[in-house]
Design a protein around this ligand. Structure first.
Ligand code: ATP
Ligand code: MG
Length: 183
């Protein structure tokens, strides 16, 4: 993932402030990549997609012409990257995890019902969390990583999606990642 300095002008001539954008560099433009672009477009986070030419000597990692997706930058951080979570005891970790998962399932269910897309790769890294100023409570979450093939089109009621999410993503699922410190 890359950030954008300055401004980005898209193919329609629309100007975007780079600070609100993030660029995902992909290995190849396969079905998974097309699926991710399509899904991002449906959920309203797509800014552009195409190939980015970069001088290989300058960047090394990006090959001469890599497929990229430009998308809206979302606020927050994965829970296990947040200091207050890392330093917290089991009780603190459990509280924050429960709050994040509850907000996550609410959002997953709303998107599934209103947009027909089920975000189901709900590991910690794909949920950006924002804490209250005193760092004790999760106040909001954002879903990121709409990469296919783990995102399916769905036609469900909000209640159905909510029930699925709560069953598929219990606190125990995220507990597995508590000890992993993502840098
Ligand atoms: N729209 C976004 N706004 C802010 N940060 C993002 C956004 N999308 C991704 N990120 C950050 O970049 C990290 C990696 O992105 P992403 O999860 O899409 O890639 P990935 O897991 O490597 O991809 P995939 O699972 O599709 O192979 C995320 O965990 C998150 O921290
Ligand atoms: Mg991911």
């Amino acid at each position: 993932m890359w950030t954008v300095k300055g401004k980005y002008i898209d193919s329609h001539g629309k100007e975007h402030d780079g600070s609100g954008l993030i660029v995902k560099v992909l290995n190849k433009a396969d079905n998974g990549a097309y699926g991710e672009v399509k899904t991002l477009n449906i959920v309203g986070d797509l800014v552009a997609s195409g190939k980015l030419s970069v001088d290989k000597k300058l960047l090394g990692i990006i090959s001469k012409s890599s497929p990229v997706i430009v998308m809206s930058m979302k606020p927050g951080e994965a829970l296990n990257r947040i200091d207050a979570f890392q330093r917290g005891d089991e009780k603190v970790k459990e509280k924050l995890t429960k709050e994040a998962l509850a907000l996550m399932c609410e959002e997953v269910a709303t998107v599934a019902h209103t947009k027909g897309i089920l975000h189901n790769d709900n590991n910690m890294g794909n949920i950006l969390v924002t804490l209250s100023a005193d760092k004790t409570t999760v106040i909001s979450i954002k879903l990121v990583d709409w990469g296919a093939p783990r995102t399916y089109t769905a036609s469900v009621t909000k209640e159905e999606a909510l029930e699925w999410c709560k069953g598929a993503w219990p606190v125990e699922q995220w507990k597995k990642a508590w000890k992993i410190r993502v840098l």
